[in-house]
Design a protein around this ligand. Structure first.
Ligand SMILES: [Zn+2]
Length: 196
C-alpha cells in the first residue's frame, strides 16, 4: 500500500505497539492498514457421473479449465459465495452438499474452500468470465489444461473418493506451481499437533 485509504497521506511501514510484524501505518491519521488472507469459495458441481467445468475467459490462466470459484464478497456466507460464483461463471443453479476441500496457499495469502454440489438442471451457460461451460466424464477431464493446482487437487480427491464410494473432507497446503510441489495433505490430527 502506498497511500492511506483514510486520508491520502503516504503510508510508512512499522510495527505498531503491541504488534509483532510490519504493517502499513499512516503517520498522519494513525490508521493501521492490516492486510489479511483472502478466501476463495467454489463448487464441484456434479450431474450423474459428470462434473461441470468452466473455461476461463480472463487472466490468469485464460483458456484453461476450472471449477466455478472466486473471491468471497463482504457480508455473504461461504455457501452464498460459492453458489453466487457458480451462478456467475456457469449460469448454473446448484444445491450445495458439503464442504469438500480446504487448500491453504500461504505464498499468495489465499484460502480455498470448495463445496460438493449437485446441479439442479442442465440449464447452464457461460457467464462473462467463462468462454464455455461443459460437463465432463472422469475420462475426459483435461488434466493438462486445468487452471489451478487447487482445482486439480480437488478433482483428483473427488474421483478417488468416488471410486472408494465415500466422500470425505480433504485439506492441503499448496505451493507455487513452478516449484512443482505436490499438495501436502493435512490430516486434522496433524494440524492439531502442529499448532501445539
Ligand atoms: Zn491516514
Amino acid at each position: 500500500m502506498k497511500f492511506c485509504s483514510e486520508c491520502g497521506s503516504t503510508v510508512t511501514q512499522c510495527v505498531p505497539p503491541g504488534d509483532n510484524r510490519l504493517r502499513d501505518v499512516c503517520p498522519s491519521c494513525q490508521a493501521i492498514h492490516y492486510q489479511n488472507p483472502k478466501v476463495v469459495v467454489g463448487t464441484v458441481p456434479e450431474w450423474q457421473d459428470k462434473i461441470l467445468l468452466c473455461r476461463r475467459a480472463i487472466e490468469p490462466q485464460y483458456g484453461k479449465w476450472t471449477l466455478p470459484a472466486g473471491f468471497m464478497e463482504n457480508h455473504e456466507t461461504t455457501l452464498q459465495g460459492a453458489a453466487r460464483e457458480t451462478q456467475e461463471e456457469a449460469g448454473a443453479q446448484i444445491e450445495i452438499l458439503h464442504l469438500y476441500t480446504l487448500c491453504n496457499l500461504p505464498h499468495i495469502s489465499q484460502v480455498y474452500l470448495m463445496f460438493r454440489a449437485r446441479l439442479l438442471s442442465l440449464d447452464f451457460s457461460p457467464g462473462e468470465e467463462s468462454l464455455e461451460v461443459a460437463l465432463f466424464d472422469e475420462a475426459d477431464i483435461p488434466w493438462d489444461n486445468i487452471a489451478f493446482l487447487t482445482v486439480e487437487y480437488t478433482l483428483r480427491q473427488y474421483f478417488a473418493d468416488r471410486r472408494k464410494g465415500a466422500f470425505g473432507f480433504h485439506m492441503a497446503d499448496i505451493g507455487r506451481r513452478e516449484a512443482a510441489a505436490s499438495p501436502v495433505p493435512i490430516t486434522p490430527e496433524a494440524a492439531t499437533s502442529q499448532s501445539q
